[in-house]
Design a protein around this ligand. Sequence first.
Ligand SMILES: [Zn+2]
Length: 283
Amino acid sequence: MYAECALKNTVLMVNDKRLTNANLLNETQQMIPQSLIEKLQSTQHLVILTGAGVSAESGIATFRDALTGLWRNYDAQSLASEFGFLADPALVWGWYEWRRIRVLRAQPNPAHHTIAQLEKQVTKLTLITQNVDDLHERAGSCEVLHLHGSLHQPRCLLCEQPYIFPKETLPENDKENRIKPPRCHLCDGPVRPGVVWFGEQLPDHAWQLAQEACRHCDLMLVVGTSGVVWPVAQLPYLTDKKRCSIVQINPLKTSLNAVAAFNLHGKAGEILPQLYAAAFSKD
Ligand SMILES: [Zn+2]
């Protein structure tokens, strides 16, 4: 099953080749090319793909960076797989609650806010994210395609009934790493996190919409993603080379440097507002 899905590129996989600090470039004020400004002003369909770098600027640890402290003795596979959940549901639920609480304490940053503003400026915007937090929504983005699921949308393991978190309970989960998952109110099955685990397919509807948008857009911003997590990393390569310009915004050089028409190296929370101001500021 895994191999079959992998061939179809619909399984979440991580390429372990990590980018190192050697790839870090100097953070300098970017010169926004005039041709990019004009493309943004005239785009008919803008796609924005965001990754962990955008959340990191709000203080959200990346998946692997979160494997510290309480979680240092656990590996990613046992915390982020159905196998791991079945083996120790309380450990896995505790890990996701720990992460969800950190997200709830975090705030959207200027990158999230600028993306929400762009939605009001361009004819059509499709926002695709690999992030499992809700910071885009809290910044005001209306429709977000969460390709790796969401920490905030758990469901029953057995019948898939969505589970709604009670608002009043926000456990202080700093010291305890095991929390028993709640039970489904329909079938009494265990509630599982709403994220995509290793070996699972991406949410079909969101994935179809994301691919469709990439095939038809005329401008694509790839923001804060290292391009090593497949199948999402293939999205920029689905764009129409004759019509669509790819813009990479990332402090690091990635494999996308060779493909993107524009590479703006720096923080998303600094470059996106600059780009927005250059294209849409009335001054
Ligand atoms: Zn159920």
